[in-house]
Design a protein around this ligand. Sequence first.
Ligand SMILES: [Zn+2]
Length: 297
Amino acid sequence: MSEAGRPPAGSNPPADASAPVDGSGTARARCVLAPNPGPMTLNGTNTWLIAEPGSAVAMVVDPGPDDQAHLGRVRDLAAAAGQRISRILLTHGHLDHSAGAARLAALTGAPVMAADPALRRGPGAGSTADGAAGGGLGPGDVLTEAGCELRVVASPGHTADSVCLLLPADRALLTGDTVLGRGTTVIAEDGSLADYLATLDRLRALADQQQLGTLLPGHGPLLADPATVLDFYISHRRERLAEIRAALAAGDRSGEEIVARVYADVDRSLWPFARWSVRAQLDYLGSRGELPPGVSP
Ligand SMILES: [Zn+2]
């Protein structure tokens, strides 16, 4: 989900906002855009079909909302390419990514794999040890399916259960909500800014190692310059932290006061989401011993 309504601090890296999202992708990854646009979901949720061209099966990453027409379209697009959906993978449990998993599993018979055991379905759903054989997506797990290899890159921060999926054959990374095609992401209630900063550094290192040519986000257009985007995300977080430190220095002592100051230019209907972000930043500063007395996140 997007850090809605507020332009990111600093200069946003170039993303071609006019490029169609639906149908975009790489040689082995194709976006099927779900019809759920909104301030938190940008154009809608990107569902990804992953397969080696000519493979008889395909994997789905993030079925999206429980929308019968969308899920039918995902299945039909795979079928038109001669592919049966054999696995359903979730980048994280937020409903705009996961709510359609049960229906798509019922439509296709494919198991659902996720980092969070509660979201897994089908054969191996109880397994936690071996992601390839069971329903888990553990750090470093390698999945070979549909003629493709997908590597699980743990990416906690946006949520505790977030993962990215590396498609080495295309030097592409499916980022879920960890990196978005436009703007920046929020730290959700169960997320952690310390984890998120470590995740951004981990992804930046992958870009340094020339493993990333394209980011395939959970919302918004694909991103062709991962290193620039990740540098922007990292500096954006540092600038946001500087704003919180400044608000504390100005005397703010509650999350509400800080939101009212820092998000003054944002529609109030989005302030509840801003509260998550501020709370995550106060937790982070608290863990570093940087909070003045009397602050209530
Ligand atoms: Zn999302």
